[in-house]
Design a protein around this ligand. Structure first.
Ligand SMILES: [Zn+2]
Ligand SMILES: [Zn+2]
Length: 486
């Protein structure tokens, strides 16, 4: 374990190195001042009651300290002391389905699509399964699920007779599903494209769907279940942490689509302090991204979650991913198509350890169509600045959103039109997640005033989304919360 002091010492060393070896450049200086975040040691898994009545009970599985401190063991830091490596943005999708579970195309067709679109990394995340070993699918299922014979025809045209394996078994024609290692041989290219082995842990708690993606696995993780949503989130995270420790790998777990089946509340996500990531945007049309009359949108939940985590529980905020959750690859109207949500991660190299390390530091943004050239938080001067890559004829609005200290803390339960309480996230004041500033510039900046618990930016394009997952959708990008370090 490395403590707070060592973290600051290391930052100091980086500065010193840069000046004394005269290798400093504005970029490197900025990099050293950038996010070097982490968390402390996990105490024993216990649960404690919270003193305040209205607050959720915190899961004490892990309490990542709210400090600008050292990274946990094994998470690589940016190597700002070497000139040879310049961190760059890598674009990837960490939520994808194929015929290995309920997607409607062959995995290598899907991988080919993502490489053709210029993605740098991809995780195939089928439900409770890794793409390993021998698995056959009947041609009947292929045609039924994909909507006709075209899927098989496209597959054979793309990959040819030597690659595609077909057999007759028990009176049915079957097609062999390609395992990940064979797909890797064909598509992975050092520095250009990476496949991360992953699954969607698809758990269920009291009839509610609880889904969590685990990326960079060595072994399948089976859903652990739990007496409550919070317990199940925590125990699945614990299982992933045990595998990470046993294998020495970095494993990234993120909580999927909290509003799907109205399964996970903002209070749940605030309370499970072991959890660090969730989907602020999921491209599946069925995930209730905007909430409904009685329940908040995902983005509103994010502000409630992070206000509670930072102000009440003194733990790190939750970071947000955008993902496709793609199932539907043949243009089915209303389907969950690929290409709607992704993350851009700033890393030194394209490998799972570096990418996951950068995500733990919050060095990434989520996008549904807006691209950023730069994104920096100067921890010294407390300035958040970014630069948008403009598309022709499109304008952009950036909102800096946060919660100020001394905000109105009152909450009440939601009531429906008849006055009956609606289970789910409580109603919080408008002072949580308020718009602190708005900019129409391509290089918006926000100077923190000092009373913010955190600040994040959301950038919205003026054009319509080319393939919306909800009506009226505009392309957006979401940066991670900053300014919360104590
Ligand atoms: Zn799911
Ligand atoms: Zn999924």
């Amino acid at each position: 374990m490395t403590g707070d002091k060592q973290g600051f010492d290391r930052l100091g060393e980086i500065y010193k190195m840069m000046w004394t070896k005269t290798i400093c450049s504005p970029l490197l200086v900025l990099l050293a001042g950038l996010v070097v975040w982490g968390w402390g040691d996990p105490p024993a898994a216990t649960r404690v009651a919270n003193e305040k009545q209205d607050l959720p009970e915190v899961t004490e599985g892990i309490r990542p300290k709210l400090t600008n401190s050292a990274l946990p063991e094994g998470i690589p830091a940016h190597d700002a002391t070497t000139q040879s490596v310049t961190p760059r943005w890598y674009r990837g999708n960490l939520h994808t389905h194929s015929f290995w579970s309920d997607g409607d195309d062959f995995p290598e067709m899907i991988v080919r699509w993502y490489t053709d679109q210029g993605y740098h990394f991809l995780a195939l995340t089928d439900h409770n399964i890794l793409s390993r070993g021998e698995k056959w699918i009947s041609l009947d299922t292929v045609e039924k699920r994909s909507g006709g014979p075209e899927c098989m025809e496209k597959y054979q045209t793309a990959f040819g007779g030597d690659w595609v394996q077909i057999r007759e078994s028990q009176g049915a024609t079957q097609v062999l599903l390609c395992p990940l290692d064979r797909i890797r041989e064909r598509f992975e290219k050092e520095g250009e494209f990476l496949l991360i082995e992953a699954e969607e842990i698809s758990d269920s708690v009291n009839g509610k769907p609880l889904h969590m993606n685990a990326s960079n696995l060595e072994q399948l993780l089976r859903p652990t279940g739990g007496a409550s949503v919070r317990e199940a989130i925590d125990s699945n995270l614990r299982a992933a942490a045990e595998q990470a420790e046993r294998t020495g790998r970095q494993i990234l777990v993120h909580l999927n689509h909290p509003n799907f089946g109205w399964a996970v509340t903002a209070e749940d996500l605030a309370a499970v302090t072991r959890n660090r990531f969730f989907e602020v945007y999921n491209g599946h049309p069925g995930v209730n991204h905007n909430g409904d009359a009685n329940r908040p949108s995902i983005e509103r939940m994010w502000d409630i979650i992070n206000t509670l985590r930072i102000d009440k529980f003194n733990v790190l905020p939750l970071f947000g991913l955008a993902v496709d959750d793609s199932h539907s690859y043949h243009g089915k109207p209303g389907g969950s198509h690929p290409g709607r949500g992704w993350v851009c991660v700033r890393a030194d190299e394209l490998n799972a350890e570096q990418l996951i390390g950068a995500m733990h530091r919050g060095d990434f943004y989520a996008s549904s169509g807006v691209e950023l050239k730069t994104l920096q938080f100067d921890t010294e001067n407390k300035v958040l600045q970014l630069e948008i890559v403009p598309a022709p004829g499109v304008t952009y609005q950036t909102q800096f959103i946060g919660t100020r200290k001394g905000y109105d803390e009152t909450t009440k339960s939601k009531e429906d039109a008849e006055g009956k309480p609606v289970p789910g996230t409580r109603v919080y004041s408008a002072e949580i997640g308020e718009v602190l500033a708005t900019s129409a510039e391509l290089q918006p900046t926000y100077q923190l005033k000092g009373d913010e618990l955190y600040v994040r930016a959301v950038i919205t394009a003026s054009c319509d989304h080319p393939d919306p997952s909800f009506s009226g959708q505009k392309p957006q990008a979401w940066t991670q919360p900053v300014g919360w370090e104590k």
